[in-house]
Ligand binder design. Structure first.
Ligand code: HEM
Length: 502
């Protein structure tokens, strides 16, 4: 026990004092303090590289960009696991129905990622864009009703992103604003915005996780309740789609087959479904040699839909929320985006090619993600095989985590004005930065799968919004945002008003 408590001390690595059993969990999971900001405080105190414990989990926290590059990029075949909630159980177990591309590792991750990658290629994105645009227009109708009034705009952004993901991934055929069947479920998962007591137990007693998980699902406790609801709905949607496909192909129903041209991820995944996956998930994992079986189990079809629902909704809504808040505070930046709109698509909705021309808008989105890297918590890797990097021995099962907030606010990297919103810093192509200095989407082969979709949604939404409205501060707009959350770090509300432009 004392060996674990002093694990980092024995290795000469500094860090916050640990206690028996909890390690640093009591501070790290303190609900009054966002844990990624806690890491920032510790970095200030202990420097570029320090160690901490989450129960039995050994964590190395670092802002050393070269070390991060080795871990996330160069040695990604050794660091291919993620830091996950202990309640997920064994992610290498093929009967674990919760495993998806976000939480899988090794060969299984490689297969899921290879199969999911084409979903976000240019051809698919172009097919999706009209649906995204239609969802933007629907959302603007609701925003119009609140024109000129001080509002909390965050729920509108959540409605928008859940509408998009439900329509492109989950079989919903038209917009369902303020009536989306998934929203209440996923909102609960995120709005809890902190680890549960069950997770805490899972960290401390990892060997009890199978029992904890069964109890949580049996009695429908906490997050298990929302997972059950979401999986129930998704299972139903997938089952119904399978039946429809079977009857459609039996009848050679041309109308349905045409409908399939409209991209829906359920169909893409069902095309790959099989009852039998033959795969070795043994270590070490050789990212170059493995042969990919182009198949998904039925569990995985549902789990893939689930991860898109979960990963694609709150992240993008929150990102739009921060951006709108920053634009309210920076009318000059708004004006520059409106100038871009007026020159690129004054009288038509932007095409995919138009979206690529919005250089200032893109720089401003990047800058907002620098100031608010909302999913910083995900930038972590599990070492799957003891290795040495630049003289530092990292043992199997140690987690290496990037302190993204410190990196994103570093004056060394971003200059004296690192606290300010300045999109121009992303326009200057001569300004060379380390590849790990901007990490809102993570890095390496496990970088965010939905990044291109997120950009497309955010650009289309902001273009639609700023074409019609100016965003203004209200008496409730705070000077500094109070942040909350665990999985995704979010503002409590986005208090602004939208004022008709013309
Ligand atoms: C602004 C919006 C978003 C942000 C800031 C964001 C951020 C992140 C981050 C930090 C990671 C971890 C990357 C790493 O470990 O290196 C991640 C992974 C992931 N994201 Fe996103 N994300 C966003 C939108 C989306 C969307 C729209 C989707 C899908 C619809 C999505 C799907 C995923 C998936 C599937 C992974 C796991 C990738 C893997 O492990 O191979 N994300 N995201």
């Amino acid at each position: 026990m004392s060996k674990l408590k002093n694990y980092w001390k024995f290795r000469g690595i500094p860090g916050p004092p640990t206690t028996y059993i909890l390690g640093n969990l009591h501070e790290h999971l303190n609900i009054k303090r966002v844990n990624v900001l806690q890491l920032k405080d510790w970095t200030k105190k202990y420097g570029k590289l320090y160690g901490m414990l989450e129960g039995e989990r050994k964590m190395l926290i670092t802002t050393d960009l070269d070390l991060l590059y080795e871990v996330f990029v160069k040695k990604s075949d050794i660091f291919h696991g993620r830091r996950l909630t202990p309640l997920l159980g064994n992610v290498d177990d093929y009967s674990n129905f919760l495993v998806n591309v976000f939480n899988a590792r090794g060969n299984r991750w490689k297969r899921l990622r290879t199969l999911a990658n084409p979903i976000f290629n240019v051809v698919t994105l172009k097919t999706i864009l009209p649906t995204v645009q239609d969802s933007v227009n629907e959302c603007l109708k609701y925003i119009e009703e609140k024109e000129g009034k001080p509002i909390n705009a965050y729920p509108f952004f959540q409605e928008f992103t859940i509408d998009v993901i439900s329509r492109i991934a989950l079989g919903q055929t038209s917009s369902a604003y303020f009536n989306n069947e998934y929203l209440d479920i996923v909102r609960d998962v995120f709005e809890k915005r902190r680890e549960t007591f069950g997770e805490l137990l899972g960290f401390i007693f990892p060997f009890f996780v199978p029992i904890l998980k069964s109890v949580a699902f049996y009695f429908q406790l906490s997050t298990a309740k929302y997972f059950t609801k979401a999986y129930g709905k998704l299972n139903k949607a997938v089952r119904e789609r399978k039946m429809l496909r079977e009857s459609a192909s039996a009848l050679k129903d041309m109308e349905f087959l045409d409908e399939k041209q409209r991209i829906d991820f359920i169909d893409l995944f069902l095309d790959l479904e099989t009852s039998n996956i033959k795969e070795e998930n043994a270590q070490p994992f050789d990212k170059t040699k493995i042969k990919i079986e182009k198949k998904l189990s039925t569990y995985e079809v549902v789990a893939m839909c689930f991860v898109f629902l979960l990963a694609g909704y709150d992240t993008t809504a929150t990102s739009i929320g921060y951006f709108v808040y920053l634009l309210a505070k920076n009318p000059e930046a708004q004006k520059k985006i409106q100038e871009e709109i007026d020159s690129i698509c004054p009288n038509h909705e932007p095409t995919y090619e138009d979206l690529q021309k919005f250089k200032y808008l893109e720089a401003a989105i990047k800058e907002s993600l620098r100031l608010y890297p909302l999913a910083a918590r995900a930038a972590s890797r599990q070492c799957m095989e003891t290795t040495t990097i630049n003289g530092l021995k990292i043992e199997k099962d140690v987690y290496v985590t990037a302190d993204v907030f410190t990196i994103h606010y570093s004056k060394e990297i971003w200059g004296k004005d690192s606290e300010e919103f300045k999109p121009e810093r992303f326009l200057n192509i001569d300004e060379k930065r380390h590849p790990m200095s901007w990490l809102p989407f993570g890095a390496g082969p496990r970088i965010c799968l939905g990044m291109r979709l997120a950009y497309m949604e955010e650009k289309a939404f902001i273009i639609g919004l700023l074409k019609k409205f100016n965003i203004q501060k209200t008496a409730n707009t705070p000077e500094n945002l109070q942040l909350f959350g665990a999985l995704v770090v979010a503002p409590e509300s986005v208090d602004v008003k939208f004022v008709q432009r013309f």
